[in-house]
Write a protein that binds this ligand. Sequence first.
Ligand code: SAM
Length: 242
Amino acid sequence: MFDSVARYHGDRPLGRVLDAGTGAHSLAWVARVAQSWVAVTADPYAYDALKGSHASGNGQLVLGRWEDETLLDGQVFDVVLCDYLIGAVDRFTPYFQVGILERLRRHCAGRLYLIGLEPWPSSAPTDGGQILLDMARLRDAAFLLAGNRPYREYPSAWVAHTLGGAGYAVQSVKHFGNLYKHGHVTAQLRVAERYAQKAPAGALRAGLLAEIDRVRRRAAACSELVSGVRISSDYIIVAETA
Ligand SMILES: C[S@@+](CC[C@H](N)C(=O)[O-])C[C@H]1O[C@@H](n2cnc3c(N)ncnc32)[C@H](O)[C@@H]1O
């Protein structure tokens, strides 16, 4: 996805970049290609994990929340990157999906690149697809029962419409089909298991763990997941503020 963002940007330097919802992937890319950068996370664990890795004179990692009106007050960037940020907002700041796009507008003096995931369908035509959906439901149920809020993905059409209302001019929306393999299911089930262990003790937790195990065995026996199952797509929205 970052290669595509670089292609959209062309030969011009990226300049000063804001990674508005950072993580290991986006930060590694931004630290490599930007002339200078600021990367923001609301997650203290991510902050601790990342703070040692890209320490350099031209970048700054910030632990903060966009609902804080003073965050990066007066700072303006040539490029604002929102990499899987919108889907994560519900987890940190419920109902702030419109607010965060409006909030970032004041920091964007050029281009916004927004990477997102189209919400998954509610049913799939094949066993492999159904296993993926069951895995995602279990993971989200485990999140909720552990006292957290799961991610909530938004369709590109909604994001593009909201960007228009927030003062950005949308230049393009491009989709990239997703292919999920067995390794993705097992990794996500490990996450589900970790959260399920924090669910209230008793039949609910035991049932959740047993169901995670069942889906793991279904996935191991599913040949379709070896070559990969196509479900949903990622998207990149390019928008400008000038
Ligand atoms: C799914 S992660 C993004 C993935 C990341 N770009 C990567 O490379 O792995 C979402 C990021 O958005 C941040 N985030 C979500 N809501 C936020 C808010 N209200 N203010 C600031 N950061 C927020 C999270 O803390 C996290 O750093």
